[in-house]
Ligand binder design. Structure first.
Ligand code: TMP
Length: 213
């Protein structure tokens, strides 16, 4: 059995990555591909509980280091329970965020040393690395207003941070993308969603057709 393909979507608040991840899953299903769509933090029972704590529990203080460990805990479970079994079964796995989010938010955003995050990620993910990562890049002010910053009913640990934090996250993502250009594709996210979806599709079709498959 050929190993499946692992695709991740990354981006800041209001970048539209979740919508693109869903569109890609729908497009692949329409082509009768076996697809697993997962999100982080989340994807498993443990992950969804952790999501509640790490994102929405206003009364719980979490240092950036504690955040790294919590996100990585959720990820370790997601890798073993969902992602690896699906890849072993030849499926296409689409992750709405993966370890690059920890590098961008806790690393570049909050200043946790990137090497320390890489160490924890190696334990959490083992050899599991996305085959292709789509970065939906958007200006911070546009993204934050699209995401309804501070207008949501549920408190959110990240949306209460200032614009300078989100600028560091954006810059961090762009650096991650530049450092590994074979894995990353940077897409301008302030365009029509179907134009972006078509670019994603073109890339994924090429991946599916690659000789290794
Ligand atoms: P989302 O549901 O819009 O993707 O939001 C998840 C939030 O969690 C987002 O603000 C980014 C944050 N996050 C991190 O800070 N580190 C991580 O490793 C992950 C997966 C998410």
């Amino acid at each position: 059995m050929t190993r499946g393909i692992f695709i991740s979507f990354e981006g800041g608040e209001g970048s539209g990555k979740s919508l693109q991840a869903q569109r890609l899953a729908d497009a692949l299903k329409a082509k009768r591909r076996d697809v697993v769509l997962t999100r982080e933090p989340g994807g498993t029972a443990a992950g969804e509980r952790i999501r509640e704590i790490v994102l929405h529990a206003q009364e719980i203080a979490l240092s950036p280091e504690a955040q790294v460990l919590l996100y990585s805990t959720a990820r370790a479970q997601n890798v073993r329970e969902v992602i690896e079994p699906a890849l072993d079964a030849g499926k296409v796995v689409i992750a709405d965020r993966f370890f690059d989010s920890t590098m961008a938010y806790q690393g570049y955003g909050h200043g946790v040393p990137l090497e320390r995050i890489r160490d924890v990620t190696a334990l959490a993910c083992g050899e599991v690395v996305p085959d292709r990562t789509f970065l939906l890049d958007i200006a911070v002010d546009v993204g934050l207003s699209r995401s309804g910053w501070r207008a949501q009913s549920k408190w959110d640990r990240f949306e209460v941070l200032d614009a300078a934090f989100h600028e560091r996250v954006r810059e961090g993502y762009l650096r991650l993308g530049a450092a590994e250009p074979r894995r990353w594709l940077v897409l301008k996210a302030d365009r029509d969603e179907s134009v972006i979806a078509a670019e994603v599709w073109r890339e994924v079709e090429a991946l599916l057709a690659a000789p290794a498959r």
